[in-house]
Design a protein. Sequence first.
Length: 119
Amino acid sequence: MTLKKTGRLWRGDNFDDLAEYIRFFKAGGYPVSVVVEPRCGECDGLAFRVDIDEEDATRRACLTCGGEEFAVAVGYAFFDEGEVRWISVGLRCLMDGALGVYADTKIDYSPSRHLLAQA
């Protein structure tokens, strides 16, 4: 499926749709060069509970059953020298396919490439 808009919400069916949505969103107005699909390090799962605090700190917890389940994609915009400039965290609801970017964070320190491995 390709992205579609129903009412105020964008919707998609899979990771590719969520990745396309993050690229369209543009992290801090910058082109997103890399989008990764986080996986649970223990079970290789793709469904998470996502917590975002008031300072845009984002944490994910693997779900084994129930609750609000989301597929996650993390988009990265880079400086010319390859350091991370901006990170956007997109979610796709596994119940209805609704898409959104729920954290959009400027990275103002270097080195920052290690952040790719933390998705």
